[in-house]
Design a protein around this ligand. Structure first.
Ligand SMILES: NC(=O)c1ccc[n+]([C@@H]2O[C@H](COP(=O)([O-])OP(=O)(O)OC[C@H]3O[C@@H](n4cnc5c(N)ncnc54)[C@H](O)[C@@H]3O)[C@@H](O)[C@H]2O)c1
Length: 373
C-alpha cells in the first residue's frame, strides 16, 4: 500500500478498509476459504510508517517500493500517493505483473490514464480504480428510488458539493496544500469530476456534453510548513452536463462555500412523479401527492414549511464504509474472478471528464464527450 501515510491512505484504505477486513476475520470466498489481506505499508518516511504500523498491531512496512514489488508474496499494488506520482509507480507495478488497485484520478491527463489502461490490459493484469461514492448509503437509497420507478421521468439533477476549506492564515487548512497547486496535480476539477463521471453515468445515463466554468477564488493560502504559497489551481467549478437521454445535470464543486444544506454533498433529482435529495447517508423524498402548491408572495412569511413536506427514507439495510465495500469486491475479483467493472478504463473516463471540463472553461464553450476505448 503505497501512499498509505496520506489522508486517504490511512483513514479510508488502511484503517476503515484493510484493517477492518482483517478484524472481521477476512472475507469468505466461494471455496469456503478466508482471504485475509496482509498489507505492506510503503512510503518515504520510516518514522511515519513505523508509527502507523504500530498503531495497527505491527503491520509490515518498507521505504523500498522496488524491493516490495519484486517480492512475489505481495500480490496487489495499491496506490494512494498524490496524483502526479501515480503513473510512474503504477507502471512499475505493471512491469512487476502485480494486480493493481488505485485511487482516482489514475493520472493527470486522459492520454496518460488511457495509456495506463492499455498497458495494464496488454500485460493481462487485473486493475481497478476507487469509485467509492457508488456505495454511499445516500446514493444507494437514491438508486433504489430510480430502480423502482419512484421519479417517473427524470428531468434534472442538481449536485452541490463543497465546504469551506480554511486558507491557513488564521485557521489551519483541513486539506493538503498540493490540492491548490496545478503543478502538483491539484485543482477541484481533477479531484471531483472523476467522481461526477461515474456518479452521473451509473445513476442517470451517459454524458453527451458539458459546459464548465472554474475559478480560483482564494489566490493565496498557507501550507503545511507555515509558508504562504500561490494557488495555481482552481478551488471551485460550476458545471452543466447534458446527457444523451435528455436529463440535465448541474454540479457545483467548491472548497470556498459555507454549508447550509443537509450534507457536504447533496444531489437533488426532480422527476415527473417525485423528487429526492440524497446526501452522503440519508435520502429525503417528496412524491407528487406530497408536493405543495406554492404561490409567489414575498410580502408575507411563507405559509408552507417546505422542509416539512419531505420524508426521510428509512435505513433498511446496514451500510458498510464505501471504500471497504469496494475493497472487498476488488479482493474477490483477484481471488476468484468476480466481475469488477471499475477498471483503469473507468478511471480514464473520469480523467477525461475533468480534462474536457478544463477545455470548456478555457475555450468558454460547450464540449462534447467523445467515446473512450
Ligand atoms: N476517493 C476519494 O474520495 C478521494 C478523496 C481525496 C483524495 N483522493 C485521492 O487520493 C490521493 C491522495 O490524496 P490525499 O488527500 O490522501 O493526499 P495526502 O497529501 O494526504 O497524501 C499523499 C500521499 O502521497 C505521499 N507522497 C509521496 N511522495 C510525495 C511528495 N513528493 N509530496 C507529497 N506527498 C507525497 C505522501 O507521503 C502521502 O502518503 C490523491 O490522488 C487524491 O486525488 C481520493
Amino acid at each position: 500500500m503505497n501512499g498509505v501515510t496520506g489522508r486517504m491512505g490511512t483513514n479510508q484504505h488502511l484503517e476503515r478498509s484493510i484493517v477492518e477486513i482483517r478484524n472481521q476475520g477476512g472475507i469468505v470466498l466461494k471455496s469456503g476459504d478466508r482471504l485475509i489481506p496482509d498489507p505492506l505499508l510503503v512510503g518515504r518516511d520510516t518514522k511515519k510508517l513505523e508509527s502507523l504500523s504500530a498503531r495497527f498491531g505491527g503491520l509490515r512496512y518498507s521505504t523500498d517500493l522496488d524491493a516490495a514489488l519484486s517480492d512475489p508474496y505481495n500480490e496487489i499494488y495499491f496506490d494512494s500517493q498524490l496524483t502526479s506520482l501515480r503513473p510512474a509507480s503504477v507502471r512499475k507495478a505493471i512491469a512487476a505483473k502485480k494486480s493493481i488497485y488505485c485511487e482516482k484520478p489514475t493520472a493527470t491527463s486522459t492520454a496518460e490514464a488511457l495509456a495506463l489502461y492499455h498497458e495494464a490490459k496488454a500485460s493481462k493484469i487485473r486493475n481497478g480504480v476507487v469509485q467509492d461514492k457508488l456505495w454511499l448509503p445516500g446514493l444507494l437509497k437514491l438508486k433504489y428510488l430510480i430502480d423502482t420507478g419512484f421519479f417517473g421521468r427524470i428531468l434534472s439533477v442538481r449536485g452541490e458539493f463543497g465546504y469551506w476549506v480554511f486558507d491557513g492564515f488564521a485557521q489551519a487548512a483541513q486539506r493538503p496544500s498540493w490540492n491548490y497547486r496545478k503543478e502538483d496535480g491539484g485543482g477541484i476539477i481533477l479531484d471531483m469530476f472523476c467522481h461526477w463521471r461515474y456518479v452521473i453515468e451509473s445513476l442517470f445515463g451517459d454524458i453527451k456534453a458539458l459546459s464548465v466554468i472554474g475559478a480560483t477564488h482564494i489566490p493565496e493560502r498557507v501550507g503545511e510548513k507555515g509558508t504562504i504559497y500561490t494557488c495555481t489551481a482552481e478551488d471551485a467549478a460550476y458545471g452543466t452536463f447534458e446527457l444523451h437521454n435528455g436529463i440535465i445535470c448541474q454540479f457545483n464543486s467548491s472548497w470556498c462555500v459555507r454549508v447550509r444544506r443537509d450534507d457536504l454533498f447533496v444531489m437533488q433529482v426532480d422527476g415527473t412523479n417525485g423528487s429526492a435529495i440524497a446526501g452522503l447517508r440519508e435520502c429525503w423524498i417528496q412524491s407528487d401527492a406530497m408536493t405543495p402548491k406554492p404561490l409567489w408572495n414575498p410580502d408575507i412569511d411563507s405559509v408552507i414549511n417546505h422542509f416539512e413536506m419531505w420524508a426521510k427514507m428509512p435505513t433498511r439495510d446496514p451500510f458498510e464504509n464505501a471504500f471497504k465495500v469496494q475493497w472487498e469486491k476488488f479482493l474477490r475479483h483477484i481471488a476468484q474472478g468476480d466481475p469488477f467493472p471499475w477498471d483503469f478504463l473507468a478511471g480514464a473516463k473520469g480523467v477525461q471528464l475533468a480534462e474536457l471540463a478544463m477545455q470548456s472553461w478555457r475555450e468558454r464553450r460547450w464540449v462534447d464527450v467523445p467515446r473512450l476505448e
